[in-house]
Write a protein that binds this ligand. Structure first.
Ligand SMILES: Cc1cc2nc3c(=O)[nH]c(=O)nc-3n(C[C@H](O)[C@H](O)[C@H](O)COP(=O)(O)OP(=O)(O)OC[C@H]3O[C@@H](n4cnc5c(N)ncnc54)[C@H](O)[C@@H]3O)c2cc1C
Length: 484
């Protein structure tokens, strides 16, 4: 009998399992695939390793959620600091996103001389500083007891006192008084898309400021891949069962029986590291199904991702940046206008063997574009996507054109649905749009007693930092003294 059964070895499941194990709970984690990390996993094909989706680790200083967790749990991550964390390639200019604030503002002011860069970034830094100062200790969401309500009110008051009234404003209101030219707005929008999953006219400024300033935090490439970072946290969990799919969960008096592809297991509590649309079929109880159906309707504007993976010979200069965002005209296959490219570190023995580097390219896509396709139609679409992206890449970074490359793999929403089990291929959680954030955002609570969600589709959302904050909030609810 286990205290905690964690269904899914994505970031949320692993961090929650590691924290609960640290608190002395008997934890078992089940992962359907043969590697951990989910969308932050590292998979192997043809003898090479590739990051499946996520490529950047942000915020390992102990003042930030992920760094705090690593320190508390005694986890050492093998990473390489990167600065600038991102190089953005616009059609007619480039921008390097430096960690140093004045250097960043200087670079942006040179790139967008007609816009009020300094005024906007001053407001971004004020709000993001105030947000990060409360993030690590955020109370469980939504508050359910007087004590939790009090700490939520304290956090909000602190946020407003430090961040000023912009904390409560929309990004649209704040941004419009500083943005004068369409290229600057487009630049901000594409950064917000990768961090908030939505554009400047949709997001709260609080979330937008965090997204726009992420490169001024400490940023890293994970050596051995993002999967290695996931594995490092997972080593704190006593029992990790890979290649073990949880098929059904039955309530058995006061406990649960989990039926898996490798036998049945009993636990007192179940933590679902599934997105909030994909867990009801595990239970016979109709209440979760009802909630899931409501959520399908309420959060229907969700994103999928399309990816390219390949190995490239490392003929790049020594200071060539690890992460690039490349802007391009509308891609008819995806509906996107930019993609993100990451190269593994040359010193990474696993991802960069024999003078090659592992490349992950990803972009957002509208999910319906990948639905109801015939087999040939699907293959043709993948080929057209690949050709479009490679052409845009060669235009932006000509070194890639003649560089020796290995096989080019294409991942689509179907791929994410198949391997990471994301419902319908949805990734990146729920966009941080004003209309749901924060109170309309799903929480880790379910209608079933002792069953909880964790991961990027519950508050406060996606990415390692967001998922870590959500996991810490859940653990504070389950074991209030564990993270004090
Ligand atoms: C293309 C892309 C790029 C990204 N880039 C970044 C980035 O650079 N930095 C960053 O911080 N974030 C990034 N993100 C976001 C980040 O990857 C995710 O927010 C995060 O990894 C999601 O974690 P999760 O806890 O929701 O778990 P998931 O990734 O959803 O993993 C869930 C796991 O549960 C397993 N599972 C599901 N059902 C079962 C079952 N019944 N039995 C057993 N196992 C099951 C799945 O196999 C999967 O491994 C990116 C995401 C994508 C898609």
């Amino acid at each position: 009998m286990y205290d905690e059964a964690i269904v899914g070895g994505g970031v949320g499941g692993i961090l929650t399992g590691a924290m609960l194990a640290h608190g002395g709970r008997a934890v078992i984690l089940f992962e359907a695939m043969d590697y951990l990390g989910g969308c932050s996993g590292t998979f192997k094909r043809g003898g090479f390793a590739y990051n499946a989706g996520a490529t950047t680790l942000v915020g390992l200083s102990p003042a930030l959620p992920l760094g705090f967790l690593a320190q508390t749990l005694g986890v050492t991550l093998s990473v390489k600091a990167i600065d600038p964390a991102l190089r953005v390639h616009l059609p007619d200019r480039e921008v390097r996103m430096f960690q140093n604030r004045s250097r960043l503002v200087g670079e942006l002011s040179r790139a967008f001389p007609q816009d009020d860069v300094e005024g906007l970034w001053k407001r971004i830094f004020r709000v993001s500083d105030s947000a990060w100062s409360v993030m690590r200790d955020l109370p469980p969401f939504p508050p359910r007891s007087v004590k939790e309500l009090r700490s939520a009110a304290r956090a909000l008051m602190h946020l407003v006192a430090q961040g000023g009234p912009d904390v409560l404003r929309s990004a649209k209101t704040v941004v419009s008084s500083h943005v004068k030219t369409p290229p600057f707005r487009h630049f901000l929008d594409q950064l917000l898309l990768i961090t908030n999953q939505a554009f400047s006219d949709e997001v709260p400024f609080l979330a937008g400021a965090l997204g726009l300033s992420y490169t001024t935090l400490d940023n890293y490439s994970a050596l051995g891949g993002m999967g290695a970072a996931a594995e490092a946290f997972a080593r704190k969990i006593p029992v990790v069962m890979k290649q073990t799919l949880v098929r059904k969960i039955e309530r058995n008096g006061g406990t649960f029986r989990l039926h898996t592809t490798r036998g049945s297991f009993e636990a007192r509590r179940v933590i679902l590291n599934r997105d909030v649309w994909g867990a009801a079929s595990l239970f016979d109880d109709p209440s979760l199904k009802t909630l899931e159906t409501k959520r399908q309707v309420r959060y229907r504007d969700r994103w999928g991702a399309v990816t390219l993976h390949f190995m490239v010979r490392n003929d790049f200069p020594g200071d060539f940046e690890a992460h690039h965002q490349i802007h391009h005209p509308l891609n008819p296959e995806t509906g996107s206008r930019s993609f993100f490219l990451s190269l593994s570190e040359p010193s990474d023995e696993r991802l960069s063997p024999g003078g090659f580097r592992s490349v992950t390219i990803s972009t957002h896509t509208e999910l319906p574009r990948w639905e109801n396709l015939s087999l040939d139609g699907y293959r043709d679409k993948k080929d057209r996507f690949r050709d479009f992206v490679l052409l845009a890449l060669y235009r932006a970074i000509p070194e890639f054109r003649n560089a020796e490359k290995g096989a080019i793999l294409v991942g689509t929403p179907r791929t994410f649905a198949r391997y990471t089990r994301r419902t319908g291929g949805t990734v990146g959680g729920i966009p941080l749009r004003l209309r749901h954030f924060p109170l309309g955002y799903p929480s880790s609570l379910t209608p079933l007693e002792n069953v909880y969600f964790v991961g990027d589709s519950v508050f406060p959302g996606q990415g390692w930092p967001g998922v870590a904050v959500g996991a810490m909030g859940l653990v504070r609810r389950l074991e209030p003294d564990l993270l004090t």
